[in-house]
Design a protein around this ligand. Structure first.
Ligand code: SF4
Length: 312
């Protein structure tokens, strides 16, 4: 019987202006996911993984049509001008121009490639692939689509969770219909808020607030600036290292998956106006927030008042 041979999808990973945090995150994925990824995807080039080959050779073969390119992954912000940002000796401007009609999919990994992030604060020319913050004036402007008909796919986060990267690529490899939100992020990972699945939800509801980092008790919203109720991510549904998340460990969410992450400036504090947070959870009116908080504060949930380890 003739064996059914399925071509593994091919991928190259290039980097612009970046701290390489997304590569670190990607390389920390669980071994099961990573094995599944390696079995399904042929990584033609990644700056840390493919030490046995040169980018220039792979790039040349792709341009000459000797190698097919399914996924072009970009980590880091890029420049709209030539001769500003280089990767492996090549102007990244030219790499993107040359590969934009060759790659089936182009995926921006991390906030710098998605929205420009911190590097974009220093120059108008520094951008994400399709966006500069929330404006569609990135390297590729407007409604740009790749060969597959898909727009640039943004996997935002500083860094992005390895499972979001792996599952996006695998979903597309196996023909799954990937739904994207208005900022072109896969809905499977960004339709939730960090608040969803946080182990501190009862504290939030009963208005029992933590005043210091690293405790198991209390919600981190009021005093410590947690952005969980305002940030799209599945950090508390797909846990980091399969175990935890910032908020579970007592560290407030800093909203790093959102386009305005570096624009907000101050972290770890909630701006208050006469004791009322200036920003309330998404989807809730200020009036509703004040009324519900007032009611919650009128009552006491005795279980949540003390240390969890001492509660029965
Ligand atoms: S710590 Fe943050 S994410 Fe968790 S319940 Fe409080 S506000 Fe929501």
């Amino acid at each position: 019987m003739e064996s059914l041979k399925v071509r593994r999808k091919s991928l190259i990973w290039i980097s612009g202006l970046t701290c390489n945090g997304n590569s670190h995150s990607f390389l920390s994925s669980s071994s099961l996911s990573f094995d599944a990824f390696l079995n399904s995807v042929n990584i033609l080039f990644h700056p840390a993984l493919t030490y046995d080959r040169e980018f220039k050779d792979i790039y040349k073969d792709i341009l000459e049509g000797k190698l097919k390119l399914d996924f072009l992954i970009v980590e880091g912000a890029v420049s709209k001008k030539k001769t500003k940002v280089y990767f492996q000796g090549f102007d990244i401007y030219e790499i993107l121009e040359n590969l934009k009609n060759i790659a089936e999919y182009i995926i921006a990994v991390g906030n710098c490639a998605s929205f420009g992030n911190f590097p974009a604060l220093y120059s108008e020319d520094v951008v994400g692939l399709n966006f500069r913050f929330n404006q569609r004036n990135g390297f590729f402007e407007g409604d740009f689509t790749t060969k597959s008909g898909m727009p640039i796919i943004n996997i935002s986060g500083c860094p992005a969770h390895p499972e979001w990267i792996i599952k996006t690529v695998l979903s597309l490899s196996y023909g799954y219909d990937l739904k994207l939100g208005s900022l072109q992020r896969p809905k499977d990972f960004y339709m939730y808020l960090t608040h969803d699945g946080c182990t501190r939800n009862q504290y939030f509801e009963w208005k029992v607030e933590a005043e210091e980092f690293g405790t198991k008790e209390g919600c981190l919203f009021y005093y410590l600036g947690c952005r969980g109720p305002l940030t799209h991510s599945s950090c508390n549904k797909i846990l980091w290292n399969d175990k935890s998340s910032k908020t579970r460990a007592g560290m407030p969410c800093i909203g790093c998956t959102e386009f305005d992450f570096p624009l907000r400036g101050k972290y770890f504090e909630t701006k208050l106006n006469i004791g009322i947070p200036e920003e309330v959870p998404l989807g809730v009116s200020k009036r509703a927030y004040i009324m519900l908080s007032g009611v919650a504060k009128t009552f006491t949930n005795h279980r949540l008042k003390g240390k969890l380890e001492e509660a029965d």
